[in-house]
Structures are given as structure tokens and as C-alpha cells.
Design a binder for this molecule. Structure first.
Ligand code: FES
Length: 164
């Protein structure tokens, strides 16, 4: 999305810190694995292998256990489903700055939040605060945080990737 305001590197991605906080809240206890995986998926949209390894390391659990739990429950996803992945932050700051309008664009043109478009091109997800409130409304697009996204920019990007 080239026209979108680039976020300064220092505030680009606070998801790691947010996940750290979630684990710290549970005293890095292995008993909180499911809660921690929920927090990780909420922040990242899915659970890639590096993230599972990190959770295993931090909670001092065997990676096989973490992987086993992540694959056992259907609500965890180990990879993004669509070719492109949009995650709209709907936390308070982003909501006030127009996140719902952005979500409406994605839902109208692609798929409901939590779903993938029928052609497999785009997955859409709503997220709680991703810790970058100064960038509101923030959208994570294919793993990159975009700042102060407008409906126009979002529509242009959807046009560019061929969403009808
Ligand atoms: S509310 Fe969106 S980043 Fe905090």
C-alpha cells in the first residue's frame, strides 16, 4: 500500500512487547499455554512456527507440546488462509480513528472478519489493540503495520491486488 504513511521504525511493531506482557501476566507459566496462544493469534492473526518456538522457549515447554496444542484446537491457525492477510485493529484509538469503516470496506469487498474471500485471495481479521495506538487507525497487511490508513488507500490497494 505505497500511499500509506510509513510508520517510524521505533514504533513499527509493538506486537512482540504485547505478547511478552501477556506471558508475563501469567508469570510465564506453562499452564497458561492456551491463553498465551490466544493472545499470540490475536496479535499476529495466525501462529507461524517461529512464534510457537518462542512461546515454547518463554514458557519453558517442549516445542512439541506447544505445537501439539496449537494443532489440536481448531480455533488456532498455523498459517494465514488467504493469499493476502488484512488485520484491522479495532482497539479504542483505532476505532475512534475510523477502524470500523476500514473493516466495512474489507467485509464488503472481501470477506467477513475471521473469514477468507471465496477465491482465497484475502483473509480479514479484526484485532484488539496491537500496541501502536499512535498510528491509528492501524492495519496489519501481510505482516507489515500500516499507519493512519484511509478508506481510499485501502480501496486502492484492494484494486491493485485485483479484488473486484
Ligand atoms: S487501538 Fe489500535 S493500536 Fe492501539
Amino acid at each position: 500500500m505505497p500511499a500509506t504513511t510509513a510508520a517510524p521504525d521505533s514504533v513499527r511493531d509493538n506486537r512482540e512487547k504485547m505478547l511478552e506482557r501477556a506471558m508475563s501476566r501469567h508469570n510465564y507459566s506453562g499452564d497458561a499455554l492456551i491463553e498465551v496462544l490466544h493472545a499470540a493469534q490475536e496479535l499476529y492473526g495466525f501462529l507461524p512456527p517461529e512464534l510457537l518456538k518462542k512461546v515454547a522457549r518463554k514458557l519453558k515447554l517442549p516445542p512439541s507440546r506447544v505445537y501439539g496444542v496449537a494443532t489440536f484446537y481448531h480455533f488456532f491457525s498455523l498459517q494465514p488462509k488467504g493469499e493476502h492477510f488484512f488485520q484491522v485493529c479495532t482497539g479504542t484509538a483505532c476505532y475512534v480513528a475510523g477502524a470500523q469503516e476500514l473493516l466495512n470496506v474489507l467485509e464488503r469487498r472481501c470477506a467477513k472478519a475471521g473469514c477468507t474471500s471465496p477465491d482465497g485471495k484475502v483473509s480479514v481479521q479484526a484485532a484488539r489493540c496491537i500496541g501502536s495506538c499512535g498510528l491509528a487507525p492501524a492495519v496489519i497487511y501481510d505482516g507489515r503495520i500500516l499507519a493512519r490508513v484511509t478508506e481510499k488507500q485501502l480501496n486502492e490497494e484492494l484494486d491493485r491486488i485485483g479484488v473486484s
